[in-house]
Design a protein around this ligand. Structure first.
Ligand code: B4P
Length: 195
């Protein structure tokens, strides 16, 4: 089963608001610790670039700043994890879970997460960084209207997962407000505590 296959793998959920720096910090973790980085946003954008019918539906959802259906995203993640399991010692699951249901379904169908790394930033910081990225990213969701929706949805749907995982004792919060390097110093402290 999937759970057996992943028994010796560390699984880290990387959670934070839009533009909190999840992808940025994950790339730094990969460079230093060699984990396998799976970004749900990147998986979705890859499907969109393929030009498939499904990709068109996904793009429309992302453009509004909404969440794509749970089954779609979980299946993408599961397949990517199976593909990489043999060559990997651990996974950074970046951008997932976005709500409690995504978390519980992952536990049912894949495995239990080792920790949840929570990158905490203020809403103003999210908006500022994403508007800045929007100048060059070409992403359909990096515009003022969509950003506002994404931030709102984060506080409504994603932040409440902290209560859920608090009880499990796996949350590791880091301050995401500093420079990329300052934030990474906090992340390193968490990563080093895992060994
Ligand atoms: P994501 O791709 O996850 O987008 P994100 O929240 O913008 O990413 P991130 O936090 O990684 O920001 P980054 O490091 O790039 O999701 C996009 C969409 O996909 C969602 O809205 C949703 O529609 C869909 N989706 C994704 N996962 C889903 C799921 N599980 N279920 C359903 N739908 C899902 O940083 C942002 C910017 O800030 C960059 O320009 C970066 O250079 C800059 N930055 C980073 N750290 C900085 C720092 N310390 N100081 C200054 N700038 C910094």
């Amino acid at each position: 089963t999937m759970a057996e296959e992943l028994k010796n793998h560390t699984i880290i959920f990387v959670v934070g608001g839009p533009g909190a720096g999840k992808g940025t910090q994950c790339r730094k973790i990969v460079a230093k610790y060699g984990y396998t980085h799976l970004s749900t946003g990147d998986l979705l954008r890859a499907e969109v670039s393929s030009g498939s019918e499904k990709g068109k539906e996904l793009s429309a959802i992302m453009k509004k700043g909404e969440l794509v259906p749970l089954e779609t995203i979980l299946e993408m993640l599961r397949l990517a994890m199976i593909e990489k399991a043999a060559a990997s010692k651990g996974f950074l699951i970046d951008g997932y879970p976005r709500n409690v249901k995504q978390g519980t379904e992952f536990e049912n169908e894949v495995a239990d997460p080792t920790i949840l790394l929570y990158i905490e930033v203020k809403p103003d910081t999210m908006v500022e960084r994403l508007l800045n990225r929007g100048k060059t990213s070409g992403r359909v969701d990096d515009n003022a209207v969509t950003i506002k929706n994404r931030v709102k949805l984060f506080y409504e749907a994603t932040e409440p997962i902290l209560d859920f995982y608090e009880d499990k004792g796996i949350i590791r919060k880091v301050d995401g407000e500093g420079t990329r390097e300052e934030v990474f110093d906090h992340v390193v402290a968490v990563m080093d505590s895992l060994k």
